[in-house]
Write a protein that binds this ligand. Structure first.
Ligand SMILES: [Zn+2]
Length: 224
């Protein structure tokens, strides 16, 4: 089931985690890929939004975590490119495993047992790089390579797990799920300072906002 957030953006509520489908000026884009068992739901949502699986040109991953990369293998055989923040890229391809020296890295290793590396090419992104109408904002803390994607044209931001929605407000990624909560706070403040205004805010968890996204994130940044 997908819910439209605007003319070009659909929300997948995958029970416990979100993903998004975006018609980026004709380039169909999936933002995050749910858990390993969400492949069918992702494909179903594409049809529901009026597209075909082969129309998907790219997947933008906000970070490497079990609940955001799990469904990627549902797209093996589809001609698309996967983008992810550079520091998380080698975990997505399986070339490297997250460090056991960090509590979050250890958690990622457990989740990683359920994920198989995708067949499609994985392109690492750095801060400020663009993909279609999206600009990449490096926002480390939840993971070292966590990024947010912002389309000024679509007035939308995809925030991954930088913050999560809880009862209408945005909360920064908590200690248990973060590599470094100091970095999370710094990332939220830095992002708010540099990002152009946006309406739609798509978080990895909780209910996305259709309006006033940047203002509501600024309210959270002011408390950090
Ligand atoms: Zn998550």
């Amino acid at each position: 089931m997908v819910t439209p957030l605007s003319d070009d953006i659909w929300w997948y509520d995958l029970s416990g985690v979100n993903a998004y489908l975006v018609d980026d000026g004709g380039a169909l884009t999936l933002v995050d890929a749910g858990m390993p068992w969400h492949g069918n739901a992702l494909v179903g949502g594409i049809r529901e939004a009026g597209f075909e699986l082969r129309d998907v040109e790219r997947v933008l991953l906000t970070h490497y975590d079990f609940d955001h990369v799990g469904g990627l293998s549902a797209f093996d055989g589809v001609d698309l490119t996967i983008y992810v923040g550079a520091a998380d890229a080698r975990f997505v391809t399986g070339e490297e495993r997250p460090p056991l020296s960090n509590h979050k890295g250890a958690l990622q290793r457990v989740g990683g047992k359920f994920c198989s590396p995708p067949d499609n090419p994985v392109e690492p992104l750095t801060d400020g790089e663009t993909v279609g109408s999206f600009t990449t904002y490096l926002t480390p803390g939840h993971t070292p390579g966590h990024v947010c994607y912002v389309s000024e044209e679509l007035e939308a931001a995809f925030l991954g797990d930088l913050v999560m929605e809880e009862r209408g407000t945005l909360k920064p990624s908590p200690w248990l799920l973060s590599y470094d909560t100091g970095d999370v706070s710094e990332s939220v403040r830095g992002f708010v300072e540099h990002v152009p205004p946006f309406e739609v805010a798509g978080m990895g968890h909780g209910v996305p906002f259709k309006r006033g996204g940047s203002e509501r994130l600024a309210e959270t940044a002011a408390t950090l």
